[in-house]
Write a protein that binds this ligand. Structure first.
Ligand code: ZN
Length: 470
């Protein structure tokens, strides 16, 4: 072979063989950010090429995972990866994350310290969309698996990874299809862990302590549409009550009558887990929720953020009526979005709202609602394994179960396991967590490196038979 060809061939070989060896985990996450795997509400705007290129990147970056494990593309852009265990009797464990990210709100691009899709590493941080939500989750698991494969690790229990590609717009084409395939295979999992929990470094209840929040439940999601119809006509001869007036009055009644506060199981469990580390009198309060629960719920309801933990929330989100300033509209429409506490059902919300509206001229309707995951066991083996994995890296952390007030892909996997947890081992500040769908999303390099160590420990613990006492 001519010398020049030989040199080029050698160089190419080196490039393809060195993706793991010569870059750091942080650099690989930074590179992942550069693929614009953006989910848009308008699905025609999704760029399939970016997802294809992202898959290629994963394949070359994690060669052991993609050659030694069973890898399947689902509905083109989602990934299902199975690591077979040596003991087929043990039910597998499922690890999930998503590859898509939310768009940048137009007009906010310049507010970023680093461009959102540039994948810049600066100030000991990795900047960009997806560094917290959720490319860190996908890559963290792949880093952990690749590392274990390199060491010749062989799980006794099968481990499965399911990475969706449209979590940010419902999961309909990703997680739903992944779940369908797993159902066809007849898989039933001992437990699963998805995104939706993390280690918070500045929890206000326990100052100075890092709190690892493993969410064992999430709130339900329901949107109702209210439509008032009536006589329209010229605004010079208006009716006594217009459709707009009728609808507005109903909306005011709904907003003025919030759902009652109450402490649900996962929130009680969180407070009880914090109790031993809290100062008095808080410790007494958290230890005696049978007595203090009502007071705690009312206190939490006073703050906008904690309010969402203690009640089914009501949010008036859209209103639409009228086409011209001198025409009375015959129709006025509004949308109200509810986030349901465990125990509340779409049916119970609809009947309460119909009662509050109490107006036969207003029609209340809804689209089909999603299934709401149940409350998972925080005393079970899956929770203990995640907790042990966290403590192996953050031995001082306080691990608590809790309730996720947002929604994840988890709901699509309800029938595949009874034990659904939400946690990725990243350490963040409360203010930083907001950047996940906002401006200036970043992760500290050390936080990311530690999250890989936690993911690795989770895989190792999941791969074993359950401890006898669980
Ligand atoms: Zn996410």
């Amino acid at each position: 072979m001519p010398r020049i060809v030989f040199v080029i061939a050698t160089a190419l070989l080196l490039v393809s063989a060195t993706s793991q060896a010569e870059t750091s985990p942080a650099e690989r996450l930074a590179e992942a950010v550069r693929f614009k795997t953006i989910s848009h509400q308008d699905r025609s705007r999704v760029d399939g090429n970016e997802f294809r290129r992202f898959h290629d990147f994963l394949r070359t970056t994690y060669p052991r995972v993609f050659t030694q494990l069973e890898v399947e593309s689902i509905n083109e852009f989602s990934l299902l990866i199975r690591w077979p265990g040596t003991d087929a009797e043990l039910p597998p464990v499922l690890f999930t994350a998503h590859m898509d990210v939310v768009p940048i709100e137009p007009g906010t691009e310049d507010d970023w310290k680093q461009p959102p899709f540039a994948g810049i590493i600066a100030d000991e941080r990795i900047y960009g969309r997806g560094t917290l939500d959720d490319k860190e989750g996908v890559l963290g698991l792949l880093e952990a698996a690749e590392g274990l494969l390199a060491e010749g690790f062989s799980p006794r229990r099968s481990l499965v990874f399911a990475f969706g590609h449209d979590e940010e717009v419902s999961g309909r084409n990703g997680a739903v299809k992944l779940a369908q395939r797993m159902r066809e295979y007849g898989w039933h999992f001992a437990w699963m862990v998805d995104e939706g929990g993390m280690v918070i470094s500045d929890n206000p209840i326990l100052p100075g302590k890092s709190v690892a929040i493993i969410n064992v439940a999430e709130k339900g999601y329901l949107t109702l549409t209210l439509v008032a119809s009536g006589d329209g006509g010229h605004s010079s001869t208006p009716p006594k009550i217009s459709t707009i007036g009728r609808l507005s009055a109903a909306l005011v009644r709904i907003e003025n009558n919030p759902f009652p506060t109450r402490l649900v199981g996962p929130v009680e469990a969180m407070l009880e887990a914090m109790a031993p580390y809290a100062e008095q009198p808080q410790r007494f309060v958290f230890n005696n929720l049978w007595l203090t629960g009502g007071m705690v719920a009312n206190t939490m309801a006073e703050d906008r953020l904690t309010n969402s933990f203690v009640r089914t929330t009501t949010a008036l989100t859209m209103i639409d009526a009228g086409v011209k300033e001198n025409v009375i509209p015959q129709r006025a429409e509004a949308k109200v979005n509810f986030r349901l506490l465990p125990g509340d059902t779409p049916e119970s919300v609809v009947s309460r709202i119909e009662e509050l509206v109490g107006d036969p001229e207003i029609e209340v309707s809804y689209d089909q609602w999603n299934q709401i995951p149940g409350v998972s066991d925080h005393t079970g083996w899956g929770f203990a394994a995640i907790s042990d994995a966290v403590l192996s890296v953050y031995p001082e952390a306080v691990v608590v179960p809790s309730l996720l007030t947002a929604a994840t892909d988890t709901r699509h996997y309800i029938d595949l396991t009874d034990n659904q947890y939400r946690f990725h081992g990243i350490l963040v500040e409360t203010s930083q967590a907001k950047s996940a769908h906002g401006t200036n999303e970043y992760i500290d390099i050390q936080s990311y490196v530690n999250s890989i160590a936690i993911a690795r420990k989770m895989l190792e613990l999941a791969a074993q038979p359950a401890p006898a006492n669980r």
